[in-house]
Design a protein around this ligand. Structure first.
Ligand code: FAD
Length: 266
């Protein structure tokens, strides 16, 4: 260790995928990192998400370079951490189509007519379109991914995990000096990273800087009877219930061990 230039003490607040990845990469670069999480790692969106990854879906927007770098980084991390086995990393074919709920036995035959529609879709799929290939879309199990990265950060790069609720950041002359946890414990820091997801805006410190807000979404996890039948597809649907009404737009993310049905709230 260079005594003239000791590693920075960084406190990362929030044990979701953002906080954990920040802790992982900073500690790998030599920083002394403490991660603060109020409940348990990946207990919020980062444990419930679809885990869907896309190379070029942000192209044309301001975060395009970030999305592309992230997609490629996932591929190299999966090689480094045996992500295929450990957290279900796999390239997927992504298809969009419209479907109407139906009990007709004909519907299964109609659905399998288009080769792009996976064989396990048993409704009449209309207008199937391949919107991502195995070169441009992939998935991970988000909770396993986050926990795997944290284990590595703890075991190999010395990250300390503290279960506690961040109450405040002590700032002196525009510089973060410590974090204060519920109960009064203080942890000194040269730098503080806030990655509290939608809770970030609860810190009064943030009011004057920028606003962070959450977007509600829900997901349902189904366990398949036959995991071997789950092909590497992600589906973006316009789904019309048999009884009529407004079509829904669920996203379906089958994983080797389970299927995540996600939908944004209106
Ligand atoms: C249903 C659903 C499906 C999604 N699908 C996808 C997808 O397929 N692909 C994709 O890229 N994204 C997806 N997302 C978005 C993605 O999940 C989020 O963008 C991501 O998980 C955010 O991570 P985060 O670390 O910022 O926040 P979070 O996962 O919300 O983590 C924040 C953490 O901070 C902790 N915390 C809060 N307050 C405090 C405090 N005071 N002190 C200490 N800790 C605190 C919380 O307990 C939590 O663990 C989906 C989201 C949802 C809800």
């Amino acid at each position: 260790m260079d005594a003239q230039n000791p590693p920075k003490k960084v406190v990362v607040c929030g044990g979701g995928v953002i906080g954990v990845c920040t802790a992982y990469f900073l500690s790998k670069k030599g920083a002394v990192v403490t991660l603060i999480e109020k409940s348990s790692v990946a207990c919020a969106a980062s444990g419930k998400a679809g885990g869907f990854l896309a190379l070029d879906w942000c192209d044309g927007g301001p975060v395009s370079p970030l999305a592309r770098a992230s997609f490629n980084l996932h591929r190299s991390l999966a090689e480094e951490l045996n992500g295929v086995e450990v957290y279900g990393y796999r390239p997927v074919t992504t298809v969009s189509f419209s479907i109407t709920e139906s009990s007709s036995s004909l519907s299964g035959q109609l659905a399998t007519k288009a080769s792009s529609v996976p064989s396990w879709v048993d409704g009449p799929a209309k207008g199937p379109r391949t919107i991502g290939t195995t070169a441009t879309t992939a998935q991970v199990h988000p909770q396993l991914f986050t926990k795997t990265l944290l284990s590595k950060a703890v075991e190999e790069y010395g990250v300390e995990v503290v279960i506690g609720k961040l109450e405040a950041v002590k700032v002196v002359e525009d510089k973060a000096e410590a974090v204060v946890l519920e109960g009064g414990r203080e942890i000194e820091a040269d730098a503080v990273v806030l990655a509290l997801g939608p809770w970030t805006s609860k810190l009064s410190l943030m009011d004057s800087i920028f606003r962070v807000y959450g977007l509600k979404a829900h997901s349902i996890i189904l366990e398949p009877k036959d995991p071997g039948a789950i092909t590497a597809h992600a589906l973006f649907l316009s789904y019309s219930p048999a009884e009529g009404g407004k079509p829904l737009d669920p996203e379906v993310y089958p994983r080797p061990t389970e299927t995540d049905l996600g939908c944004e709230s209106a």
